[in-house]
Write a protein that binds this ligand. Structure first.
Ligand SMILES: C[S@@+](CC[C@H](N)C(=O)[O-])C[C@H]1O[C@@H](n2cnc3c(N)ncnc32)[C@H](O)[C@@H]1O
Length: 205
């Protein structure tokens, strides 16, 4: 168990949902941006760092047939609404995870910004291993005007350009979005979101 695992286990054991800054009553921005990518009953979605978000169960409720939730904290996933077993739960560190299958959609709200330097490269490797060709991603992180730490951990803040540059060559950007999240105690947190589509692999003949 790494110190990050024990940090997050403790967070979910000791704090109710309303005691965590990232709590939102409805995952409205995530849903809106995922809808932009076009989803149907056959679409597979992984929510990376899902915590105990209502997003996975909401997607199941909207008819998405193949929904997975990954988190470093087993306790978070124990508390997650798994829609009566229809959300597959994966306990793993995204920077070390070797996915046994691939997905059509990758969603991350408020996870990437906890990673720094080479950890972000490891995250990107996992993303590229997990996402199907022509699959899409929706990632939301603290903006350059957002908080400098969260849950007692330092974060990396991003502008739209930072995020797009980090994603790099194999993606076409569909859109970026700024959104201010209000914590349960009414603090404002600026997020920047990106929606991108993975390009077809180039075939050399
Ligand atoms: C700020 S919370 C966001 C939770 C959820 N995405 C949401 O919007 O409610 C960050 C989540 O990322 C998870 N996490 C942090 N580092 C991780 C890592 N390296 N791999 C997988 N999950 C991680 C934490 O356990 C936590 O659930």
């Amino acid at each position: 168990m790494t110190r990050f695992t024990s940090h997050w286990e403790k967070v979910y054991i000791e704090n109710s949902a309303l005691e965590t800054s990232w709590y939102e009553e409805s995952p409205a921005v995530s849903l809106e941006l995922l809808e932009l990518t076009g989803m149907n009953a056959d679409t597979s979605v992984i929510d990376v760092g899902a915590g105990r978000s209502s997003l996975p169960a909401t997607l199941v409720g909207r008819g998405v047939g193949d929904v997975s939730a990954l988190d470093i904290s087993a306790e978070a996933l124990r508390q997650l609404d798994d829609a009566n077993g229809r959300v597959a739960r994966v306990v793993a560190d995204v920077t070390e995870w070797r996915p046994a299958r691939t997905f059509d959609r990758w969603h991350d709200r408020a996870v990437l910004h906890f990673l720094h330097s080479e950890q972000t490269l490891a995250y990107r490797d996992t993303l590229l291993n997990a996402l199907n060709p022509r699959g899409s991603l929706v990632i939301g992180v603290f903006a350059d005007t957002g908080p400098e730490s969260c849950s007692g951990l330092p974060v990396t803040r991003y502008s739209e350009t930072d995020l797009v540059t980090w994603l790099g060559e194999p993606f076409d950007i569909v859109t970026t979005r700024r959104h201010t999240h209000h914590t349960p105690w009414s603090s404002a947190q600026d997020f920047v979101w990106v929606v991108a589509r993975r390009r077809d692999p180039v075939v050399f003949q």
